[in-house]
Structure formats: C-alpha cells, structure tokens
Design a protein around this ligand. Structure first.
Ligand SMILES: Cc1cc2nc3c(=O)[nH]c(=O)nc-3n(C[C@H](O)[C@H](O)[C@H](O)COP(=O)(O)OP(=O)(O)OC[C@H]3O[C@@H](n4cnc5c(N)ncnc54)[C@H](O)[C@@H]3O)c2cc1C
Length: 518
C-alpha cells in the first residue's frame, strides 16, 4: 500500500486512538497530523488530582467486556508479538471485582427513597425477594413480553419500545433512569435502534427480546467468531492476552491509579515519540475536501494539506467547518445535537462506611422525578484507592436534557448554583450529615450527543452523501455516530483505521459510517 498523509481532527480519545493506530499500522512513510484546539489532549476524558484524591470530570470507569472493551484493553495493555507499540499500563490498572458490592448494588431514586435493583437475573425467578414497589409487576411484564407483537416501524423512542413490550412502569422508572446514566438523555426522544441497538435487533430478528435472548446462538455466527478469535490470537502476545481474559472474567469495571486521563496521557506521550506523527495546536476553522484536502486552523496561516481527512470532532462542531459545496452533509451533521452536563465531585470527611449508609455503585434518577439531578456515583465504593485519607468521594451528574429546565442558560448559570444543588441532593437523598471537605464543579457544554429517533436513517443519508460528494477523502469517527462510551470511540477508531488500510480499500471510499449497511 502507498504511504499517504492523514490529518486527524480533534484530540479526544477517538482522535488519539485513531492517530495511534495509524502510526502503528500505516506504511512507515505515511504522515499523520493531529489537530486539537485546546492545550490539553484527551477531550472529555479529564482527571483532576485535588488534595490527594482523584476527581473525574468526565468518564470515571471502563467496562472490560465486549469487542469495545477488548479494543481499549488491547490498545493500552497488549503488546504486539514484536514487543513494540505498547503503552504498558498493566501496573496502573485498578479494578472493581464482579463480586464487589460496588459492582452488584445499584439503585434507583424515586419517591424520596432508594430502590435496589435486582442483583442478578436469578433474583427475578424469586420475585418475593424483590423488595421495592418499583419492581412490582416486573416479573409479569417479562413473562408477557414474548407474546407482544413486533413493530414494523423503522425506529421508535426507547420509551415507546419499552412501554409497548414491558409496560409503562419499566419505561418510566427503570429504563429512563438508565438512559440518564448513559446519554443524560430523554428516553422519550432517544432512538431505540441507535441508543440500545440490542433491544431493537432482538425484536427485529426474533419477534421478541426475551425469545431472542433465549434463542440458541446462530451456528454460522459462532463458527465465524471462533475463526476470527483464532486468527486474532496469532497476532497477540500470549501473556498480555491472558491478562485481558483474566480482567474480562473477574472485573466489572476498571480505571487507573491516577484516573482515566492516564489512558489519554499515555497515548499522547506515545504519539510524541513517533517520527511520522505531528501534534498541532490550533482550532480548525475550515476544511476543503476534494482531491487535495486542506485544513485551515488558527495555529498557522498555511493550511495543513493531506490526502485524507479523518474528523473525530463532534458532528455539531464539524458541520460549521465545511464549505458551502458540502451543504447537504453539513445540514445532516447539524441534526445531531448534544446536551450540557455538570459534574460535581464532592468529598466528605470520614470513611465510606461512616458517610454512606449503603455500599454500591450509586444510583440513577428516572424521568418521573422532577429534578435536574441525573444520578450520583459512589466513587469511593468502586475505587477506594483513589481516595484521600479519611474522605469519601462521590460525583453528582446533573442537567443533560433537563439542564435548561432546572439550571437555566449554561452560559450564565453560576458555579455556586450547581454546587448547592448537588450538595442538597447528596444530603437529602442519602441522609449525609458528614462535613463537606472538598468540591469541584465542571460544566461540560454540548458534551453528549443525542441519538434521537431517526438517527440510523440520518447516518445512512450521511454515508451516501459522503460517498457522493466528498471525493473519497473524508471519514468520520467519534461519539456522535455509533456509541458514546469510551470503548465505543476506541473501537470505532480501530475499525476505521483497519478499513482505511485494507489493501482492497486503496481506491474504495471509507466514510467511517459503513456500519449502517450491516
Ligand atoms: C460527564 C461525562 C461522563 C462520561 N462518563 C462516561 C463513562 O463513565 N464511561 C464511558 O465509557 N464514557 C463516558 N462518557 C462518554 C465519553 O467520555 C465520550 O463520549 C468520549 O470521551 C468522546 O470522545 P471523542 O474523542 O469522540 O470526543 P471529544 O472528547 O469531544 O473530543 C473531540 C476533541 O475535538 C476538539 N475540537 C472540537 N472542535 C475543534 C476544532 N474546531 N478544532 C480542533 N479541535 C476541536 C475538542 O477540544 C476535543 O478535544 C462521559 C462523557 C461525559 C461528558
């Protein structure tokens, strides 16, 4: 394959992993330039060490499971067989065991009390053990679900899907809370097809979620997966592979001793050592595509010229950088809106067993509660190693689709308003009377993209528009398209680079949105 020059827009986790995979896999003479507007690489991955404790302002932990989980673990931990290109973060990893209370105990806050969720699917077989009135009727809904007719619609809201199949109580009080935790979004607006694709696929392929989950696995798919696993194993370091498998089988969530930013800092450091990588500070102001793409940015009056542009910017940022000739793509990108979220890290004096009356992951708040607080994560229960002595940490997540309703204009809201609302929630919901000893308030504007109903069809249109209008020189990756989790972003970056560098792709166009075709 001929060496090429690539420009990667954005230095969040997606941009960093894209540049990192390119630096590893593209022909040696390829040139990779990454442009980031802020002075810190990492995007929403942002850790603050404050008075001896870790405060995560963005993502706080990762799950090791699934293809996305493996993509992240392999990037940071697995060395290649030739022992090059490794970040070697094994010794930095902190884990929460699957058997730990912080992995098992999860709660929903409703009607001024916390309701514990079933700790395992087996508990559903013993409904008398489900103590919360919130779970009343849940078992009956699950038993009835296989007999509910499948919808023929091409998409619908998560709330409508779940109400139809499992009843309104489940949609209102359980699923809407889960979506507050992942998307900070409104279950009545988010698309089931894009926000929880597994549910949509099970209904489409099996006529029911329950029947789909219980169906025997497709033999062809299992054989293909085993074949791929055998092929992948040949290129992996056996010791590192064992580490990943061990982590996947024993661990619910993981982070790093110095917090999540360890990952993006390690990628940054590694990229700085690569001769074929240039990290440029500057705000991208305009992009011209076509046979000789150019990226104009605030750091230099001369544009960056490259053979291929990979945008990992949020869709809402990219849309305003395209020239008028790309208007159809720009207007599609502008439909993917994001919400504002405030994270308030609180530290109270005393150990977690004294400050908190329960031990668990934390709790989420459903749509039915009139509050701007989305949930509280008990950081000290999951990662006590990141605590300062005699302190208990937790993070209050606030706003999302309800930001403006409860806190007003994000440009004018005061930090004190957010701090006071978070503290009041922690004290009243959890009955905490311990002394507050530390606090950090972060307001993230437009931080989580919302996959609203019709998202999949809009991506399909975007894919076709890029194929038609962009001369084969633009690919998209990042949280705006196929999953907002860090693992989704890393997997998207890895898959995009693999597709771009496949020999068959030399002349074919890779938009980054090929998954809409599956
Ligand atoms: C509060 C919060 C909590 C979260 N919690 C979790 C969690 O626990 N687990 C999990 O898996 N995920 C979590 N997420 C989601 C996850 O962190 C993000 O989806 C992911 O980090 C997005 O990465 P990205 O690189 O795609 O985008 P970004 O991080 O947005 O990176 C884009 C980069 O582009 C830069 N940029 C923008 N415009 C320009 C321009 N014009 N020129 C140059 N550069 C530009 C930005 O400065 C930024 O650095 C959370 C997100 C938030 C906000």
């Amino acid at each position: 394959m001929q060496p090429k020059s690539y420009v990667v827009l954005g230095g969040g986790i997606t941009g960093l992993s894209t540049a990192w995979h390119l630096s590893r896999l593209a022909p040696k003479a390829s040139k990779i330039t990454l442009v980031e507007k802020t002075s810190r690489l990492g995007g929403w991955v942002h850790t603050k060490l404050q008075h001896g404790q870790i405060f995560e302002l963005g993502p706080r932990t990762l799950r090791p499971v699934g293809d996305g989980g493996r993509a992240t673990l392999e990037m940071v931990i697995v060395s290649s067989v030739h022992k090059v290109h490794q970040l070697n973060l094994q010794d930095e990893v902190l884990t929460t065991a699957k058997t730990s209370p912080a992995a098992i105990n999860r709660y929903i806050y409703k009607d001024a009390r916390l309701h514990q969720l079933p700790t395992s699917p087996l508990e559903l077989l013993a409904p008398w053990k489900l103590k919360s009135p919130l779970l009343k009727g849940l078992v009956f809904s699950l038993l009835k679900e296989p007999f509910v007719a499948a919808s023929k619609a091409s998409d619908e809201s998560v709330h409508s899907f779940v109400s139809r199949r499992f009843g309104q109580n489940v949609a209102d009080n359980l699923v809407s809370a889960v979506l507050h935790g992942i998307y900070a979004g409104n279950a009545k607006e988010l698309s089931v097809r894009s926000a929880i694709p597994l549910l949509w696929e099970l209904e489409k392929n099996h006529g029911s979620v329950g029947r789909g989950l219980l169906a025997p696995p497709d033999r062809k798919a299992v054989a293909a997966a085993l074949k791929k696993a055998r092929e992948d194993a040949k290129t992996r370091d056996a010791n590192a592979d064992a580490f990943v498998r061990e982590l996947q089988s024993t661990t619910s969530i993981y982070s790093f001793k110095d917090g999540m930013q360890t990952l993006t800092d390690a990628l940054h450091r590694d990229l700085e050592t690569k001769e074929n990588v240039e990290l440029v500070r500057g705000e991208v102001e305009q992009i011209s595509l076509g046979p000789n793409p150019e990226v104009f940015h605030s750091g230099d009056s001369n544009p960056i010229k490259a053979d291929h542009v990979i945008s990992t910017l949020p869709a809402s940022a990219l849309h305003s950088l395209l020239p008028s000739s790309q208007q159809p793509l720009a207007s599609l990108l502008s439909t993917i809106k994001s919400v504002n979220v405030a994270t308030v890290n609180l530290a109270f004096r005393g150990s977690a067993s004294k400050v908190l009356s329960l031990n668990g992951f934390g709790y989420l708040i459903p749509l039915t509660e009139p509050t701007g607080v989305l949930g509280i994560v008990f950081d000290s229960c999951a990662m006590p190693e990141q605590d300062a002595p005699d302190a208990t940490r937790m993070t209050v997540m606030m706003g999302g689709h309800r930001f403006e309703q409860y806190y007003g204009n994000p440009d004018t809201v005061s930090i004190d308003t957010l701090r006071d609302a978070a503290l009041t929630a922690a004290r009243t919901h959890l009955g905490i009377d311990a002394e507050l000893i530390d606090v950090n308030v972060a307001l993230h504007r437009q931080c989580i993209p919302q996959y609203t109903v019709g998202h999949h069809d809009r991506l399909q249109e975007m894919h076709n528009t890029i194929l038609r209008d962009c001369g084969g020189t633009l690919s998209l990756a990042g949280a705006s398209y196929f999953g907002v989790g860090v693992n989704d972003c890393v997997k998207g970056a890895r898959d995009l680079v693999t597709a771009l560098l496949k020999p068959a792709s030399a002349d074919s166009v890779i938009t980054g949105l090929e998954r809409v075709e599956l």
